[in-house]
Design a protein around this ligand. Structure first.
Ligand SMILES: Cc1cc2nc3c(=O)[nH]c(=O)nc-3n(C[C@H](O)[C@H](O)[C@H](O)COP(=O)(O)OP(=O)(O)OC[C@H]3O[C@@H](n4cnc5c(N)ncnc54)[C@H](O)[C@@H]3O)c2cc1C
Length: 828
């Protein structure tokens, strides 16, 4: 959407007011902001937020949103006072494990462009003299962190946007959303309906209730979180002029789930160590109410017994607190989500209804800018995938799932979490038809998209001793050994030398069908998918600006039916929305998109003996000429009807074999039984990831996002320049691999053994120039591999350094793919 629309924003908290401001600055002014509370203090989470902004986060997007919030609030000022007090941020470690975690966090800061310093205990004390020297082992200091004055920022934004023509309606609850023909048309209030083309719910923890007005499940849970102010602390007296002022850095003591700020000569202390206290927002008042600093829906009565451990730990860390008391405490309400991320984006079913919720003050301006960019130009400059409201699987929208996982996220908010660490509960939600067999083989499961996914099989452990010397895996450090087993080396070896069975069921499968199917897919993809039935095409979905929305494989099964291998629910929502639009605009080009993932399953059968295995139990022609590379056909294998696609993400001869879920276990069994004669093994995600990186195959979300165009990502081959038109084509005009300022490059680690995991910063001549997107130990090539975006000036053969736990690991930019560049394995 690019032309100015009539917008209604629900909620005048820090998110809604920032969104109004970001839209105004992009020329949209027909905006009404409605809040159920009084505008001077609406009573949501923002009204009492202490506003600590620690910018650095494992997520690049969230860090960039925080950086922008800091910049914006620094510039947002009145009477010489800005809305950001840049006192810096200090996170201290009181355990060796936290010290290591801070090293990783230091790496994230460098990767995402935040200036940060690892400091020793002495420097922590210099920066923060009130700390107990006996407890602190070291810290991470980020000078640009600080305190956002959220309530003041909200008022200044209201003032400035009002001047630009935005209408604000306080004490006005929205009670319904009007729609017609699948689009929003307005919002209902006691004063009548306000017409709108776009409605954005910035209702904070009331998001569930507002979403329900359009039948949309919003996966967030309001939880109470304790915050106290102490009596005056003598050591702070006279340090800060303003009663709410602060001079010391904001402080985090994550080993005890605590954070601190000053309020003049008093301390403010926030605590996440208590039991989760979930709430139902509807019970907190949707009608206009009296609001003042101490009475508001988001501020509940303090439960001192929950705070007792925090107070003890605080007095230990900051002995000065032993001379003060808790003066005032409350249980403040805000939103948590199943994966800890915000929920942002358009409803999958009702066009024009958007949400921007579960957003911290820290990320508020950044996310508001992103939403404004998407509304006005179709795309945010910072990738929104990790916030996308449609990222959840249907089963993850069940209230019981949202409640359990959001509570868990509250508990774990300051914990040290490994990037592969799975939820312990709920588990076993989605299993493939092969699950029983996988368990018999000792599969080690991790969870993704609520699926149980085997990472390796203990049944292969006996083969570790048989590994030829050149296939032996290297010793790993404690961190990279977690959720890892050297058994993966066996599975990689068997894939390259015999044959392996991979469960590919969790990959999203969509059926696109109807007389308009070709038109839809031709319009949205960069390739030619209109080839004859049987053709399979690897292609990209771009946005209007040429950014990569996804990479998909499109198999034409018959004239009007395609099977699309996609990346996740967001792809389904995108294709389904576009199909709806096409049906509306030209009914004769009717097209339907169905998610067939749950009713089907897939085995990736890959390895040099895959053909021998499959032909031993099938009468169909699987010869090189009988079933060519990148072709699909129906066949029967061991009596099981399948759709076989000759593709491979591990770079070996073989097939993706699809069948319906009811036939799945039998397909596994017939392949397994016949496979024993060929040395077949079951293989998991650890081996898969290593093998795909050896082959240079990109993974969407890690190796490319909407922030990258196909040439930067090394996917120019998937763009058919001769195609008349497709979404994003105009934006790509004049661009090529030669003009790209940065490129995704393959690095091999010089010492042959330091295994990095991803997101580490990459340095060239001592300067941070990029970050690792994906990494693995390459079993075939015998060294660790990392992919990283680097400036195009960094060339093949150049040596760079990857910072891993503060160590500089040398790596060489290497020509890719590392394995079988001639494609002889795949095409043979
Ligand atoms: C104790 C505590 C400490 C925190 N500390 C920090 C911190 O240090 N740093 C940080 O970044 N974040 C912090 N947070 C989180 C932060 O406060 C929130 O994430 C943020 O304020 C949410 O802003 P918002 O605009 O989305 O929601 P809100 O401020 O809650 O605004 C939502 C608005 O929508 C309105 N609304 C809802 N439903 C309707 C309806 N039907 N009709 C009309 N209006 C409606 C509400 O009245 C409300 O004003 C803290 C939260 C708490 C509780």
């Amino acid at each position: 959407m690019t032309s100015a629309a009539r917008v209604v924003i629900i909620g005048a908290g820090i998110v809604g007011t920032n969104l109004a401001d970001e839209l105004v600055s992009r020329g949209w002014t027909d905006i009404t902001v409605v809040d159920q509370g009084p505008l001077s203090l609406p009573g949501g989470s923002t009204s009492h937020a202490p506003g600590l902004v620690f910018q650095t986060n494992p997520s690049k997007s969230m860090t960039l949103f925080a950086k922008y919030t800091v910049e914006k609030f620094l510039a947002l000022e009145k009477d010489g006072q800005s809305c950001f007090n840049q006192v810096g941020g200090l996170e201290v470690a009181t355990t060796p494990a936290r010290l290591e975690e801070l090293k990783r966090k230091h790496g994230y800061a460098a990767s995402w462009g935040v200036d940060a310093r690892l400091v020793d205990a002495q420097e922590c004390l210099r920066l923060y003299p009130l700390l107990d020297p006996a407890l602190v082992l070291g810290g991470l200091h980020i000078p640009s962190d600080g305190l956002a004055l959220a309530a003041r920022a909200t008022q200044l934004l209201i003032e400035r946007t009002r001047e630009a023509g935005v209408t604000y309606l306080g004490s006005t609850p929205v009670s319904g959303i009007e729609q017609s023909d699948g689009r929003v048309t307005g919002v209902q209030t006691p004063e009548g309906t306000i017409a709108a083309d776009v409605v954005v719910s910035c209702a904070g923890f009331w998001g569930v209730e507002v979403g329900a007005m359009v039948g949309m499940s919003i996966p967030l849970l309001p939880l109470a979180h304790q915050y106290v102010k102490t009596t005056a602390v003598p050591q702070l007296e006279g340090r800060n002029e303003q009663p709410n002022g602060a001079g010391l850095p904001i402080l985090r003591h994550q080993d005890q789930d605590l954070y601190y700020r000053e309020h003049g000569d008093r301390y403010g202390i926030g605590y996440y160590g208590h039991r989760p206290m979930p709430l139902v927002a509807a019970s907190l008042g949707l009608t206009p109410h009296q609001v003042d600093e101490h009475h508001m829906p988001s501020r509940l009565a303090f439960t001192p017994e929950d705070f007792a451990p925090a107070w003890r730990a605080s007095q230990e860390l900051l002995p000065a607190l032993r001379d003060s008391k808790i003066a005032d405490g409350f249980n403040g309400v805000f939103s948590f989500t199943p994966d800890g991320g915000s929920v942002v984006g358009q409803s999958p079913d009702v066009d024009g209804f958007w949400v921007a919720e579960a957003v911290w003050v820290t990320h508020s301006a950044g996310i508001a800018r992103a939403v404004a960019e998407v509304l006005t130009t179709g795309r945010s400059q910072v990738d929104l995938a990790e916030c996308e409201v449609s990222r959840f699987e249907e089963v993850q929208l069940a209230r019981s799932y949202v409640e359990e996982t959001s509570k868990q996220n509250f508990v774990e908010i300051y914990d040290i979490l490994h990037p592969l660490q799975p939820k312990e509960s709920p588990r076993g939600l989605r299993v493939s038809p092969f699950h029983a067999r996988q368990r018999e083989l000792g599969a080690f499961f991790l969870e993704g998209g609520a699926w149980e996914r085997p990472y390796w099989y203990e049944s292969n452990a006996a083969l570790v001793d048989e590994l030829p010397a050149e296939w032996r895996p290297v010793e790993r450090d404690a961190w990279s050994s977690r959720f890892y087993s050297p058994v993966a080396a066996v599975e990689a070896w068997k894939t390259r030398t015999a044959v392996a069975m991979y469960d590919m069921t969790p990959l999203r499968r969509l059926e696109v069908s109807g007389p308009g199917a070709v038109d839809l897919l031709q319009r949205l993809t960069t390739g030619d998918v209109g080839k004859k039935p049987g053709a399979v095409t690897y292609t990209l979905l771009l946005d209007e600006h040429g950014g990569i929305r996804s990479d998909i494989t499109v198999a034409r099964l018959d004239e009007e039916t395609f099977q699309v291998g996609a990346n996740g629910p967001v792809d389904f929502v995108h294709l389904a929305r576009e199909a709806r639009r096409q049906r509306r605009e030209s009914p004769e080009r009717w097209v339907q998109v169905r998610d067939v993932t749950g009713g089907t399953c897939c085995i990736g059968l890959w390895g040099p003996l895959a053909r021998d295995l499959v032909t031993s139990i099938s009468d169909d022609d699987f010869s090189n000429s009988g079933h060519r590379f990148f072709r699909a056909k129906k066949a029967t294998i061991g009596g099981v009807p399948v759709t076989a696609m000759r593709l491979s993400y591990v770079g070996e001869l073989g097939w993706e074999l699809y069948t319906t879920a009811d036939n799945g276990q039998r397909l596994w069994d017939v392949l397994w039984r016949a496979g024993q004669a060929y040395g077949a093994v079951a293989a998991g995600r650890t081996a898969f990831n290593a093998l795909r990186l050896e082959k240079g195959f990109r993974s969407w979300g890690a190796d490319m996002t909407t922030e990258h165009d196909p040439y930067e990502a090394g996917l120019g081959f998937a763009v058919r320049a001769t195609k008349e038109s497709f979404v994003g084509k105009e934006a790509l005009a004049g661009r090529s691999e030669a003009t790209a300022a940065r490129r995704l490059r393959c690095l091999t680690v010089d010492d042959g053994q330091s295994v990095v995991l991803g997101k580490e910063p990459v340095f060239h001549h001592g300067e941070p120039v990029g970050y690792v997107t994906s990494a693995a130990f390459g079993y075939t090539v015998g060294k660790p591999i990392a992919y990283a975006y680097l400036p195009s000036s960094v060339d093949e053969g150049d040596v760079v350094e990857i910072s891993y736990f503060g160590q500089q690991v040398k790596a060489t930019v290497t020509a890719e793919p590392l394995y079988d560049p001639e494609m002889s394995r795949l095409r043979g």
